[in-house]
Design a protein around this ligand. Structure first.
Ligand code: PGA
Length: 248
């Protein structure tokens, strides 16, 4: 595990973007996940700027969504599909075939989740999973209690996640209660994992993930065992870590 501590959100975003850009340059047909939420917005802004100003080329990259609300139309404002399309994929000129989305309206979730896993395998497997983290230690929508051997599936959202995400909807009642999410085994099966976290509100989840026991109660703690795991934090998110961590 490598832990990189940035001074603030902007520096965290620049370091994360540089990490992704470096991999895209080394492997133009990279297969990677795209996370949603407030955390990666700065990284996306940096990557869009690198695309526009320095010609960073994403035309060979394949993107997989990590998760999506179940039952929400991809065209609706609150969907993760809309978020990713508007904040990252359209500005970097991504074509439809390069982006794999969860089928959030599928009545047969078992079949669509299996199809998703097959698409990942068909693409050669995930080179890079980029993740944010929830206050409760979730990654993608793998809430506490999610099995470490879980694959893409329909999940129930915790009350904590529903209230944390209510800011993206008119009211908490509008937040969907279920989602499709890559599983923990799908995530840990990637060749590289990059986790980002900023703000004091994430400090406890970060400390438990990186330095606490490996337990399904803190889903992200499974990443401690990953052989190629990088964490980029701002100083607030790192504030509860013990000083013995290796810092770059
Ligand atoms: P956030 O969400 O970036 O909006 O804090 C992260 C997450 O829940 O995984």
């Amino acid at each position: 595990m490598e832990i990189i501590i940035a001074t603030d959100y902007e520096e965290m975003s620049r370091k994360a973007a540089a990490f992704v850009a470096d991999l895209v340059k080394k492997k133009p047909n990279l297969v990677m996940t795209v996370p949603t939420g407030s955390t990666p917005l700065g990284m996306y802004r940096e990557l869009v700027q690198m695309h526009r100003e320095d010609g960073l080329d994403f035309s060979g990259v394949t993107f997989f969504m990590l998760d999506e609300y179940y039952g929400l139309s991809p065209q609706s404002e609150g969907s993760y599909y809309s978020f990713l399309r508007n904040n990252f994929l359209l500005p970097i000129g991504i074509q439809n075939g390069q982006f794999q989305a969860h089928e959030a309206l599928s009545p047969n979730t078992a079949a669509t989740c299996l199809r998703y896993e097959k698409e990942i395998a068909k693409s050669g497997g995930l080179d890079l999973v980029v993740l944010g983290i929830g206050h409760n230690g979730h990654i993608a929508f793998n809430e506490p209690g999610s099995p470490f051997d879980s694959r893409t599936r329909l999940v129930e959202l915790s009350m904590e996640t529903i209230s944390a995400n209510a800011r993206f909807f008119k009211s908490p009642a509008d937040v969907p209660r279920q989602a499709l999410s890559m599983g923990l085994a799908t995530i840990t099966g990637a060749r590289k994992v990059l986790l980002l976290a900023n703000s004091q509100a994430k400090a406890r989840a970060v400390a438990m993930t990186l330095q606490g026991p490996i337990t399904t109660q803190v889903p992200a703690s499974c990443l401690q065992r990953h052989p190629d795991f990088t964490v980029v934090l701002d100083s607030s998110a790192a504030s509860l870590l013990e000083s013995k961590v290796r810092v770059k």
